[in-house]
Design a protein. Structure first.
Length: 388
């Protein structure tokens, strides 16, 4: 049975414009809805936890809001954004859509392809997915704490989930959640977003995605559908509404604030969505060049799977002994490392010596364990597999 979540506590709903995305020292009146009617309360202080919510809708606009928070807004404390998408396939920043997706099926049935700004793998999403986004200043950011909130929210609903691998959550050995991450070092802001399978269309999942056979073999499974679980199949009373309330309660408890007094900022009816910056991010991610990427004529192609790091498909155009262009398709969780690898290998002498020397110059930029491991593993593998 799924534990019922109490709905008796009043929730405070606030339009995003009442923050202006950056709180001042003054007092703001906000509308509060409860079982007894409507009243007003004062705005929270800078640095306090914030909760944003959206209904089902355009995933590009949800991603545009994330980008606005990451690249433009002033984020002074932990923020959680809860939302649900219309049917769509999203791929990681450096993935190859022709390898990850069955594009013919998607085109025929009107399912969009969207490339995320974060890393990670290909995901089919529909209203049966609940999506969570955590954004905070990088010096306050903790992936472990974020996962504790997700696991704690599920536990409030009577569901015991376990962390698995780099970024997954499982129930009884089957995947129910995957995550991806993005860091903006120049602004000091970090993001962690992920999905939870509540009641998604599993037939569509298998119809639109073509996961790499090496990833399936490494997990000892035969298909994408064999390794995932809709929570509603095992917990019939489980709903997105109960999960959303559990997220709110757990997030507030984790940050030491009252759920009944923490405003819920509604995104869908906010004028923020018409801001030029948000519309600009939306247009950028809707652009075909961004979604599908360029596919130049490559003269050397290598691919592999590195345990605990990710899948890599590397394509290098080599002219007169120099690497003219490198494209790396990957589901690795640190897209900034992949970006720097592609930039650094441009105009480098082709061969082990030239590649190794170039990639080692990146080591001072990536000193944290995850990015450093990605860079070293990739360098070791590439240098071992190119010709001199």
């Amino acid at each position: 049975m799924v534990t019922a979540v109490s709905g008796s506590m009043p929730c405070v709903y606030r339009s995003l414009t009442q923050y202006g995305w950056k709180l001042s020292g003054g007092v703001t009146q906000v509308c509060t809805y409860s079982a007894t009617g409507r009243h007003f309360s004062s705005a929270t202080a800078p640095g306090s936890p914030r909760i944003l919510c959206s209904g089902v809708g355009d995933i590009l606009m949800r991603f545009a809001v994330e980008e606005y928070l990451m690249q433009t807004a002033t984020v002074t404390g932990p923020l959680m954004y809860l939302w649900r998408p219309a049917p769509v396939v999203t791929i990681g920043r450096h993935q190859n859509p022709w390898k990850e997706c069955v594009l013919a099926n998607m085109d025929r049935e009107g399912v969009s392809l969207i490339r995320r700004k974060s890393g990670g793998g290909a995901v089919f999403m529909d209203p049966g997915n609940s999506v969570f986004t955590f954004i905070s200043p990088s010096d306050q950011f903790s992936i472990d704490k974020n996962f504790d909130i997700v696991v704690g929210a599920l536990k409030r609903c009577g569901i015991n989930a376990d962390r698995s691998g780099r970024n997954d959550l499982t129930v009884d050995g089957k995947k129910i959640s995957g995550s991806a991450f993005k860091h903006s070092p120049d602004r000091g802001v970090s993001l962690h977003h992920g999905t939870i399978l509540v009641d998604t269309d599993m037939q569509a999942l298998q119809k639109y995605l073509t996961p790499d056979k090496r990833k399936l073999q490494a997990k000892g499974i035969s298909s994408v559908g064999a390794r995932v679980l809709n929570l509603k199949d095992q917990f019939p009373d489980f709903t997105d509404d109960s999960l959303r309330q559990a997220f709110i309660d757990e997030f507030c408890a984790a940050h030491g604030v009252s759920a009944s007094k923490t405003p819920i900022e509604m995104v869908d009816d906010s004028p923020i969505l018409s801001k030029p910056e948000v519309l600009g991010f939306h247009a950028e991610m809707a652009d075909k060049e961004w979604r599908f990427g360029r596919t130049p004529e490559f003269t050397h192609q290598l691919d592999t799977r590195i345990d605990g790091v990710g899948l890599f498909d590397v394509r290098m155009d080599v002219v007169s002994g120099k690497i003219v262009e490198t494209v790396v398709f990957s589901d690795a969780l640190y897209p900034a490392v992949i970006d720097e690898i592609m930039l650094t290998l441009k105009n480098v002498e082709y061969g082990r010596g030239g590649i190794d020397a170039a990639l080692k110059t990146l080591a001072p930029k990536f000193t944290e364990d995850g990015p450093a491991m990605l860079l070293k593993s990739f360098n070791d593998w590439l240098c071992a597999n190119v010709d001199d």
